[in-house]
Write a protein that binds this ligand. Sequence first.
Ligand code: NDP
Length: 333
Amino acid sequence: MKHDDPFKALVLTQDDGKTKCGLQDLTIARLPPGDVTVKVDYSSLNYKDAMAVTGRGRIVRDFPMVPGIDLAGTVLESSAADYPAGAPVVLTGWSVGERFWGGYTQVQRVKSEWLVPLAPGLDSFKAMAIGTAGLTAMLCVMEIEAAGVAPGAGTVLVTGASGGVGSVAVALLARLGYRVAALVQPGRESVHPYLTSLGAAEIVSGPEWAEPPKPLENQRWAAAVDTVGAKVLARVLASMEYGGAVAACGLAGGADLPATVMPFILRGVRLLGVDSVMCPVSRRRQAWERLGRVYEEMPFGDIAVTAGLGQVPQLAARLMAGNNRGRYVIDVN
Ligand code: NDP
């Protein structure tokens, strides 16, 4: 590919303080500096992408910006010994698609230290069906395991269960032998059969989840993966069993935490933060290798839907409305 050959990218611009999103022709010559140029096969749509594309939460501050926090493809040109031309690669996080140009493009130039090799058992499509959301779900599972909560110890609650992180977490935990409860917002009965098909043994929902909890509620959960934050996380903490562990990774319901210390000091509950953006490379590789090993046993055919670059704005609005189901793989070509 010549450096002045045009290719398509989704570009965010700002007009009068409002974020605009549209397809543009770019060339390799216009890409930012970096030691690896990647021919992108697929990207994906995550909560943060939806925030960037809709202009919510000031995720993007420098314009023009190519959003897309994930990409998978093949190295086109490289001066990095670890990633020669032809190598299949995956990139998630490192503020790509927020501060640095990201994956909603047919070609991107990046820093080699942001890349991981495609794990055995995966291809570009499968890696993006997993994406940041699936990687984060695996990192949460690894925290729960490291906290010593084994399958058979009790029920593991997943909040925001029908979303990207939640769907993969439900399916992963169920396949590992945990009994999974899926928390769903009221009015979302349509996703109950989907969650049962992913492996949830119990669907949890009710108006109390919108209310602040008592400092301690009945003990229900041995562990939890929380993608919602705010009152939901407060209620999860208050209803953990003695010694339970909560892997907290999200804020789909808000960034606040109206809780007390009672679950920590009276029940020994552990709150474990999970971040996929700056997660060290060795831990990422470990998570990706595990995801590659389990991919074929996972119901990604139900979880992931493919969409084109042009559909991203409409899908992003849907995520922001809080009624997503599963994951979107973005076919950039
Ligand atoms: P999705 O939009 O796919 O899923 C979020 C789900 O949360 C929804 O499907 C819905 O599930 C539930 N939900 C949405 N709004 C509300 C609300 N107001 N109150 C209660 N529940 C709500 O997003 P992702 O799964 O991609 O991401 C989930 C969260 O995790 C986000 O906050 C995201 O920023 C964060 N995240 C963090 C990462 C990290 O590295 N720490 C990495 C990836 C994501 P339902 O209807 O089933 O309840």
